[in-house]
Design a protein around this ligand. Structure first.
Ligand SMILES: Cc1ncc(C[n+]2csc(CCOP(=O)(O)OP(=O)(O)O)c2C)c(N)n1
Length: 795
């Protein structure tokens, strides 16, 4: 094999480049002025508030310079994923050194003034965060919340055969659940069609004030662990720079060659075996090259190096200032930068050029690569609804046909995937398996179904992986959908937070292009957990989602299959949002023909005139959001219709929950005038809601008629029971809704009281029936909207 080991001269230059990155990193954490240390360091040159994470930074700088070399040597298309992204100074320093930072932010120029600004902006009011954030070119991974680097890395390389992601994993990060599972991603990677991930476990031994587990087991045990996950680990260990440079360079040569061989075998020779991909364990001191001792205690190589090793200020030991100066001068800045503050050309030429620079790689600004999906016309999948209330097969089953054809039409583009924790079938999307399979590189057995080396469906029983893979996939310019049980999507609450924050900040950066929306399809929802019971009943994800910036989040509750088709079509076309869609999979009545459904979804909220008789002046407004609440509310309306024909009822259905918020709060919000027109300013509103009732109050608390709004929803009552009994347990059933109307309309008088009495007896009858027969009463099961009773369009 050809020996490409870099010459001593090159390694010395790389060491200088590393010193330059370390110098810039320390400068960012500490310096307010005097960036080139042209003057002796004074207190006035130091920032008053010292923030940042030094400990991880020199190791990441070391990795970066070595990746630069390997990119040039093999002409690699590579991006850098910083697991311990709190080491923001490293990524900022390196993208500055390679030139991308100044191209994106011209005021951070490559001279002394630029250096001063680079230093000053870091962790400074109005400046940049200390984490690798959207502001940092080359990053698609906000490293603030640890655990997701490898899931993002794999998401980035699926269907991206030329891409190699160098994924730096903190040894502390490796203790998190998501990261611990992410090692298994190698069982889902197809070497022929996907790119590759090179994990670099950064074993610097410590977290904030604890050692890391992986650093305190024997090397043998660590090796066995990583091998057990299917990897081939290569160790680069030590602290002496020259030896470390040599070891890292030759190890990188080896692992990149191995990756290329695996890819060649899969792509040119049709080898379908699962490679044992290589990875690197970089064991180096935490806070490498930093102060050895601070205040008489060891610093470099200990947990004390995690953040800011030296405190500086009026109340700090005065000798710290000199220590800082010595530390910074130990990098010999005059050898690295010229008098104008420019990186010396012989060092600058070590970086790759153009889009090969990791800060300028378009994969890290995925909107640049985004291509529209080819979408079939969703109307072609319409359920015929000649009269409202006809029986449906289950809304998600209808959607399955549409998604099948989305997959089929984008087979060549390879830019759409469906992610889920083994629920694609149970969520009713079985039709997709007519055209694709689950991608799976582990063993298969004859009875397995829908497993293949290549497929559009990604299933692993880890909501974290599904979320992380999808985020990585979207952030590199592709499209996708996450289907999940409603209750368990909470597992990724925090990942959703981080992604929503990323979208918000990146939308404010003109150089970052918009990416495809993150779409959640939450099927198997709270109201239909007939056999799973209480543990599977939790509609709270939407409460969580609406906390996020209004410009980013959307929540849809389509009442039937045609509305679901229309909503999903819209979501797949949308950009830079998080769309949450809650839909049912069980057979359920259908209400709107296709055109009416599309119109209703475009409005997001509306009066269903065929279920209303209010003539513009209702006595009561019956509102609902969600498929089951819609059914119960229509059933309640029909009871009212039979028993109180003189009552004027307005029926409102909400698909787009954000319509309820004031227009000042959310771009979809109804104006107060429109809200008043729909909900009146003085009439009782009975609102049947899919989720926890207080969310509706939260969204509408500023509206005129809020004091008349009475919301029914899920209130943590549930068990294994019938579908209708679930609504009864939570007072959301048709009988309770009618009783609510009676309670709020004194004019119903004695007749209202009698009706209430009858319905209370119905509820007792219901209980006795389900206790005896284990299913709902025939009058509930067989209830249908009676078309002969339709109220004609009256407004
Ligand atoms: C999920 C999560 N929990 C806790 C923290 C707080 N935290 C910040 S840095 C850190 C230690 C990280 O250790 P490691 O991943 O080994 O990184 P390094 O030692 O390279 O800094 C912790 C616990 C966090 N950022 N994210």
């Amino acid at each position: 094999m050809q020996d490409n080991t870099p010459s001593s001269e090159l390694l010395q230059k790389m060491d200088a480049y590393w010193r330059a990155a370390n110098y810039l990193s320390v400068g960012q954490i500490y310096l307010y002025d005097n960036p080139l240390l042209k003057e002796p360091l004074q207190l006035a040159h130091v920032k008053r508030m010292l923030l940042g994470h030094w400990g991880t930074t020199p190791g990441q700088n070391f990795i970066y310079v070595h990746l630069n070399r390997i990119i040039k040597q093999f002409d690699l298309n590579m991006i850098y994923m910083s697991g311990p992204g709190h080491g923001g100074p490293a990524l900022v320093a390196n993208t500055y050194l390679e030139g991308t930072y100044s191209e994106v932010y011209p005021h951070i120029s490559r001279d002394e003034l630029g250096l001063q600004r680079l230093f000053r902006q870091f962790s400074f009011p109005g400046g940049i965060p200390s984490h690798v954030s959207p502001e940092c070119p080359g990053s698609i991974h906000e490293g603030g919340e640890l655990g997701y680097s490898m899931s993002h890395a794999f998401g980035a390389v699926f269907d991206n055969p030329q891409l190699l992601v160098a994924c730096v994993i903190g040894d502390g990060e490796a203790e998190t659940g998501p990261l611990a599972t992410a090692w298994h991603s190698n069982k889902f990677l197809n070497a022929a069609h996907d790119g590759a991930v090179l994990p670099i476990l950064h074993l610097n031994g410590y977290k904030i004030s604890n050692p890391t587990l992986l650093a305190r087991i024997s090397r043998q045990e660590l090796t066995q662990l990583l091998q057990g996950y299917g990897w081939t680990p290569y160790f680069v260990e030590g602290h002496e720079p020259e030896a470390m440079h040599r070891a890292m360079a030759s190890t990188l040569d080896t692992v990149v060659r191995q990756i290329q061989q695996f890819q060649h075998a899969a792509r040119a020779q049709g080898d379908t075996g699962r490679p044992r991909w290589p990875m690197i364990v970089l064991s180096s001191p935490k806070g490498w090259t930093g102060p050895k001792m601070v205040d008489g205690r060891p610093n470099e190589g200990t947990f004390r190096a995690h953040q800011v090793p030296l405190s500086i200020g009026a109340s700090s030991p005065p000798e710290h200032l000199a220590q800082l100066e010595n530390w910074m001068r130990s990098y010999r800045p005059q050898e690295l930068f010229d008098a104008q503050g420019r990186l010396r050309p012989e060092l600058a030429e070590l970086a790759p050029t153009g889009e090969r620079r990791m800060g300028a790689n378009p994969n890290a600004n995925g909107g640049l690569l985004l291509r529209d999906l080819k979408l079939p016309d969703f109307r072609d999948y319409a359920v015929p609804v000649p009269t409202p209330g006809i029986a449906g097969i289950g809304d998600t089953h209808v959607l399955g046909g549409f998604l099948r054809d989305v997959i089929a039409q984008n087979t060549e583009q390879r830019n759409f995937r469906l992610f889920g924790p083994d629920e694609t079938l149970s969520n009713g999307l079985e039709a997709v398996f007519e055209v694709t399979a689950r991608q799976w590189q582990a063993q298969t057995q004859p009875n397995d179904e829908f497993l293949a080396h290549s497929g559009r469906v990604m299933e692993v029983l880890s909501e974290h992986q599904c979320e992380g893979w999808l985020e990585g996939y979207l952030l590199t310019g592709r499209h996708g959908l996450f289907n999940c049980y409603e209750a368990f999507i909470h597992i990724i609450d925090s990942m959703f937070n981080q992604h929503a924050k990323w979208l918000k900040v990146s939308a404010e950066l003109p150089w970052r292009r918009k990416i495809a929306s993150l779409n959640y399809l939450l099927a198997s929802h709270v109201w239909r957990q007939d056999h799973n019971g209480f543990t599977h009943q939790d509609p709270g994800f939407i409460d969580h989602v609406v906390n996020k910036k209004a410009s980013i989040v959307r929540v849809y509750l389509p009442p039937d299959a045609n509305c679901l088709l229309s909503v999903i079509d819209h979501c797949l076309r949308s950009r830079h949002y998080v769309n949450v869609v809650v839909a049912g999979k069980h057979p359920a009545p259908q209400w709107l023909p296709m055109q009416a459904a599309a119109d209703h979804c475009a409005q997001g909220i509306g009066v269903w005139h065929w279920a209303s008789n209010d003539d513009g002046e209702p006595d009561v407004v019956m509102a609902c959001a969600g498929d089951v609440p819609t059914l119960e509310t229509l059933a309640a309306v029909s009871i009212l219709r039979q028993n109180m024909p003189a009552l004027k009822i307005r029926f409102i259905n909400v698909v787009d929950l954000m319509r309820l918020q004031p227009a000042s709060e959310h771009p979809h919000g109804l104006s107060d005038e429109d809200f008043d027109r729909l909900f009146t300013t003085s009439k009782p509103v009975i609102f049947a809601f899919h989720g926890y009732p207080w969310l509706i109050h939260r969204l509408t608390y500023r509206r005129n008629n809020h004091h008349n709004l009475h919301v029914r929803g899920y209130k943590e009552e549930g068990t294994i029971t019938t579908a209708f009994d679930m609504t009864v347990l939570n007072d959301l059933d048709r009988f309770h809704l009618v009783m609510d109307v009676m309670d709020r309309l004194p004019q119903t008088g004695v007749a209202g009281l009698e009706l209430k009495g009858r319905l209370e007896r119905k509820l007792i009858e219901h209980k006795q029936y389900i206790d005896q027969y284990g299913e709902d009463m025939p009058e509930i099961r067989n209830w249908k909207w009676d078309a002969s009773q339709w109220w004609t369009r009256s407004t």
